[in-house]
Ligand binder design. Sequence first.
Ligand SMILES: Nc1ncnc2c1ncn2[C@@H]1O[C@H](COP(=O)(O)OP(=O)(O)OP(=O)(O)O)[C@@H](O)[C@H]1O
Ligand SMILES: [Mg+2]
Length: 383
Amino acid sequence: MAKAINPFIVTGKIESDYFCDRVSESARLIKSLVNGNNMVVISPRRMGKTGLIQFCYEKPEIKDSYDTFFIDILHTSSLKEFTYILGKEIFESLVPRSKTMSNLFLQTLKSISGKFGFDPFTNLPTFNVELGDIQRPEYTLEEIFTYLAAADKPCIVAIDEFQQIAKYPEKNVEALLRTHIQKIRNSHFIFAGSERHLMQEMFTSSARPFYQSADILELNAIDDPIYVKFIMELFESRGRTISKEVVERVYHLFKGHTYFIQKTFNEAFSDTLPGEECTLETLNQSIDNLIAGNATIFREILSNIPEKQKELLYAIARDGEAERITSSEFLKKHSLSSASSIQSAIKKLLEKDLVTELNKKYSVTDKLFAMWINTIYGKKFNL
Ligand SMILES: Nc1ncnc2c1ncn2[C@@H]1O[C@H](COP(=O)(O)OP(=O)(O)OP(=O)(O)O)[C@@H](O)[C@H]1O
Ligand SMILES: [Mg+2]
């Protein structure tokens, strides 16, 4: 018998059978794009932005009528790198799709056309361009937009971690991109990002170039009953059992955070044989493993945080959700020194995205990191 695949997907593309919900979000995103609008998708890290966008790209309304592109610019730090990644993605998506269009792309990108290579085995052109070859990114970017405008199909370009462009050293990138995007008729854009404050600021502050240029979709956790049902069905349809109560506990522990839930059940599923029940012990073990598997990264992160910030981070991790963090009560409870040092520490922690603020409540952004911090203090989690 072939080995059954684990239905809790944690890497790569997710087939629709393994994709949970997002019915209303995908409908809204598709409707907005089809109507010619651009869309902002904001969510905490690993809540499912990429998954949602790729899910929409596979829907016939999009797949049959548009050329779709997707770039993640988290690691980029200049307009040059942005241009490079965008050019590479468009080119590499076009080559297998259409010879005419990839040739048009090559001809349009005059500023770097001499740098494209050729693969003698496949007979196809290759993107041999190096970062240093892009000497005048504004020109190359303009050429890319010229291509998009001339493409035979309308295009959708998703730019993940879009807030990154605000951190580039060049001052005019937002305005430059906005001008190109505003002018183009047959391409629509999805701007996704996880740094909520930066993203909101970019699209809702009247002083910024992207002000009111796109609809905003906030991607939250999948609803409790829907996610719980989905998980139970995946176990049951594969001859395993799991009780609703334990699934709910995991859901609440991670507040429905997609990545952690997928990871936990991926591991728990592989530890449950056909005919068996996935129990609380199985799940506790899976979560322990998940925490342990990330310990090296967590230690590394901690080693780069100054002491005052670390003290505050620990205090927030202990409270889970911390309120009124400059009050004397909070200071006393966690033996912190002064309200003023908390103020400067929280500013830094928020900037580094280690802590998230929502409705005046602070929590450690990465839930697993918070759990790990608590384990080093002997406060072990238990479902
Ligand atoms: N609707 C869904 N059903 C099942 N699994 C999902 C769903 N959405 C996302 N996932 C899974 O959850 C994890 C996180 O999703 P994804 O990578 O889409 O998040 P993201 O918000 O783009 O993350 P990042 O902040 O790292 O860019 C992935 O392992 C993905 O496979
Ligand atoms: Mg992503």
